[in-house]
Ligand binder design. Structure first.
Ligand SMILES: NC(=O)c1ccc[n+]([C@@H]2O[C@H](COP(=O)([O-])OP(=O)(O)OC[C@H]3O[C@@H](n4cnc5c(N)ncnc54)[C@H](OP(=O)(O)O)[C@@H]3O)[C@@H](O)[C@H]2O)c1
Length: 272
């Protein structure tokens, strides 16, 4: 498990032609986890690969980084730019997508391969998962995970069915899904790392709360730093896709804060 050494992951969605440059900046700032996807509609996966090659020449080795990509179903792809044969069987699509990922990322393995969102039919989910397991058995994906899984029953069924269990869940973290309490509890019980996105963009009320403001004053940090520290202390690895170098540095500087039990309880009340 990598969670202890990876408090925050750098997300690369929507960066287009700036992807290479921003990934290099993020890694040089101190990020060691990078999230991408084989989904050209939102991610420039090849730009991440170019950054990795550049960084390797600068002495930052592939094995020093946690690299995560995703398989995205056809319905999540731009129909004019699908990175696999859209007429192929589902399991073949997974394998083809992963070959494209390896080429884009210029690597022969990823640390984590996640399913971008579950298909509606559980049989299809099993087909996709078995193909992902094939990749993991070959040693080309060290861990498997799933994203946008908001139905606890489906997560439980997946966990039951899987030969290689998911160790990552990547979900929206916001009030509209009750901060994913049930899913997070399942993750804690089953040693699954919960990665949260939308942590800043969908939690404006929390970021403006008096509770965070007072703690930021006490610890001489900003509210985002206190929020990230809090999220880590309750078992969440946030993703951040900031394009701002100062934000990168300040986000990484969040984790020296160790909130006291009473402070955690106070912040927990914001998730009620
Ligand atoms: N699995 C999925 O379906 C899915 C969906 C969405 C996202 N993701 C992943 O999650 C990553 C993060 O996406 P997100 O939707 O959570 O939002 P985000 O892209 O990280 O956006 C954060 C926003 O907050 C701003 N910001 C202000 N101060 C900041 C600070 N100190 N630190 C960081 N940001 C600050 C950023 O602006 P500045 O650039 O100016 O800092 C940016 O506009 C994505 O890149 C992607 O990897 C996954």
């Amino acid at each position: 498990m990598y969670a202890d050494r990876l408090p925050l992951i750098y997300g690369t969605a929507w960066k287009k032609e700036d992807t290479k440059d921003l990934v290099i900046k993020a890694v040089k700032a101190g990020f060691r986890g990078i999230d991408t996807a084989c989904q050209p509609k939102h991610y420039n996966e090849a730009g991440v690969g170019e950054a990795l090659v550049f960084l390797e020449k600068e002495g930052i080795k592939r094995e020093d980084l946690f690299l995560q990509t995703k398989f995205t179903l056809l319905e999540g792809q731009d129909p004019l730019n699908v990175p696999y044969d859209k007429k192929a069987e589902l399991n073949v699509q997974v394998l083809q997508s992963f070959e494209v990922s390896k080429t884009n990322l210029q690597t022969n393995y990823v640390d984590s391969l996640i399913l971008h969102s579950p298909p509606t039919d559980f049989n299809d989910l099993e087909i996709v998962w078995r193909a992902m397991e094939e990749i993991a058995i070959r040693g080309e994906a060290k861990e498997l995970g799933i994203s946008n899984i908001y139905d606890i029953d489906i997560l439980e069924c997946l966990y039951e069915m899987a030969e290689i269990k998911p160790t990552v869940v990547q979900n929206r973290f916001h009030k509209e899904n009750s901060f994913d309490k049930e899913i997070r509890s399942f993750c804690t019980t089953n040693n699954i790392i919960y990665q949260g996105f939308w942590t800043l963009t969908a939690n404006v009320d929390i970021l403006q709360s008096i509770e965070l403001f007072e703690l930021a004053t006490k610890y001489d940090k900003n509210v985002i730093q206190v929020f990230f520290a809090y999220l880590n202390q309750i078992g969440i690895v946030p993703l951040t896709g900031t394009s701002d170098i100062e934000h990168m540095k300040s986000d990484l500087d969040s984790f020296h804060i160790i909130l006291e039990e009473s402070e955690l309880s106070r912040l927990n009340s914001l998730l009620e």
